[in-house]
Design a protein around this ligand. Structure first.
Ligand SMILES: Cc1cc2nc3c(=O)[nH]c(=O)nc-3n(C[C@H](O)[C@H](O)[C@H](O)COP(=O)(O)OP(=O)(O)OC[C@H]3O[C@@H](n4cnc5c(N)ncnc54)[C@H](O)[C@@H]3O)c2cc1C
Length: 425
């Protein structure tokens, strides 16, 4: 291949400039490595899942998607065109294997174990984000708490049952009575049974955070090459010698595959299977008006996130296992907006400014895939951060740097091992 020579070959090449790749680069650079990030698009490119999401970070929402009761609900939702969860049936062995494992993880025991690990990652990540966003990026992190709004008495009772476990683990989650909610969000009309407040709730402004973070990385010497698609690898024995990109070859000592849902194809080129499925979701950005909340809200039963962004408000939801298709379903978008109005009847959702779809890289147990790729000595994978990737990526990036640097990891890496689902095609 004709090579536009790289300026110099880095110690570590990170494939993917989404939030996960950028945090890997941050910690690898901090550990003293020379680092290059390659991405086929631009930083903040709408094709990346990191570029249009609702940006919730912090300690809320650490529950895995696989929970007891989900399979039964999933079957009901399957036939509802506006439901928050959908599987497009297709003859795909990868999807079938994923669903089989997902079903296996829908137990109380797995859900509790998953919550513990995800919460630890989220707590670590929030501490990292606070540090990084203390300076120039201060405008991109809001930390005014997050309200969990429950439509039904049953949903509210279930949410309250989760308080002791959260508080025990240091999460400042508590009930909010109607008067306090009205004080916190004056002017917002709620049609709900009750609400909880997580005082640690925080959110990133997307894509401003990504763009600013990439700038900070460049200032620290990380090279970010955009418009460079990785198309293959040159392999000798158990080592990758070169990474072939549309802008030339690079010969790093170490490679990190952090290419979101496309990590599957990237790893497959090396003969490594990943238990990963793209899970499509949408965000709709509407003009803010009277009735817009001032802090992030999670609409519990509807599985919709509401993120105020100054003169706009972004709402996001749905999880569709429909492969790499990013087309927008108007019915599901309507479903999200209808859910929002059912909780917040005073919010005008008619002035739509932007509709976006993104593909979450999801594993059956909602835990990321962080570890060495197969038997390769110099290839690692960092993906599978799923529905909460913005909130997990900082700690995930730190783990990758520890793995590559041979430093004892902050959290046991077994939970994230690529082969925990057995042999993956
Ligand atoms: C509707 C919606 C709402 C969400 N809300 C939240 C939220 O509130 N909080 C939260 O924590 N998470 C949220 N998420 C999840 C979060 O967005 C993802 O977990 C996260 O963005 C995944 O980041 P990533 O870096 O792994 O992947 P991506 O952001 O997709 O980045 C992968 C990058 O790899 C590049 N790439 C791929 N293939 C190649 C190749 N061959 N060569 C070069 N480059 C390549 C792509 O161009 C892309 O830039 C949401 C997701 C959706 C869809």
């Amino acid at each position: 291949m004709t090579a536009t020579p790289a300026r110099h070959d880095p110690d570590v090449l990170v494939i993917g400039a989404g939030v996960v790749g950028l945090f890997c680069a941050w910690f690898l650079r901090a550990a003293g490595h020379t680092v290059t990030v390659v991405d086929r698009g631009e930083v903040g490119d709408p094709a990346a899942c990191s570029a249009g999401n609702t940006g919730f970070v912090g300690t809320q929402g650490a529950a895995p998607l696989a929970e007891p009761g989900v399979p039964a609900k999933g079957l009901r939702w399957l036939f509802d065109p506006e439901s928050p969860f959908h599987v497009r049936p297709r003859p795909d062995l990868g999807l079938l294997a994923w669903l089989w494992h997902f079903r296996r993880y829908c137990t109380e025991r797995h859900a509790r174990a998953g919550f513990e690990v995800l919460l630890a990652l989220k707590q670590r990540s929030l501490a990292i984000l606070r540090e990084i966003c203390a300076g120039d990026l201060a405008d991109t992190l809001t930390a005014r708490g997050m309200v969990l709004a429950c439509k039904t008495e049953q949903g509210y009772a279930q949410a309250r049952r989760g308080i002791p476990a959260a508080v025990e683990r240091g999460v400042p989650l508590r009930e909010l009575d109607h008067a306090e909610l009205a004080r916190l969000e004056p002017g917002v009309e709620f049609a709900i049974a009750g609400a909880l407040l997580n005082e640690e709730g925080a959110a990133l402004r997307i894509p401003a955070f990504l763009v600013g973070f990439a700038r900070a990385l460049r200032e620290r010497g990380v090279e970010i090459i955009t418009g460079a698609e990785v198309r293959g690898f040159e392999v000798t024995g158990r080592r990758v010698r070169a990474v072939r990109t549309s802008r030339g070859d690079l010969r790093p000592a170490e490679v990190v595959i952090a290419a979101g849902v496309w990590s599957l194809a990237c790893a497959r080129t090396l003969g490594v299977g990943l238990m990963l499925q793209p899970a499509k979701g949408y965000t709709v950005t509407v003009a803010a008006g009277p009735g817009t909340p001032t802090r992030p809200l999670l609409l519990s039963e509807g599985k919709v996130a509401v993120m105020p962004l100054g003169d706009r408000v972004r709402v996001g939801g749905t999880l569709e296992l429909s492969g790499l298709d990013t087309s927008v379903s108007p019915r599901r978008v309507d479903g999200i907006l209808r859910t929002v109005r059912s909780y917040l009847p005073g919010l005008d959702t008619d002035r739509r400014l932007h509709v976006w779809s993104g593909l979450r890289p999801c594993t059956p147990d909602s835990l990321p895939l962080i570890g060495r790729a197969g038997t390769y000595r110099n290839v690692s994978v960092a993906t599978g951060h799923g529905h909460i990737g913005m909130g997990l990526a900082p700690a995930g990036g730190q783990l990758i740097a520890q793995l590559i640097g041979g430093v004892p990891p902050d959290l046991p890496l077994e939970a994230f091992a690529l082969d925990r689902f057995g042999r993956t095609r």
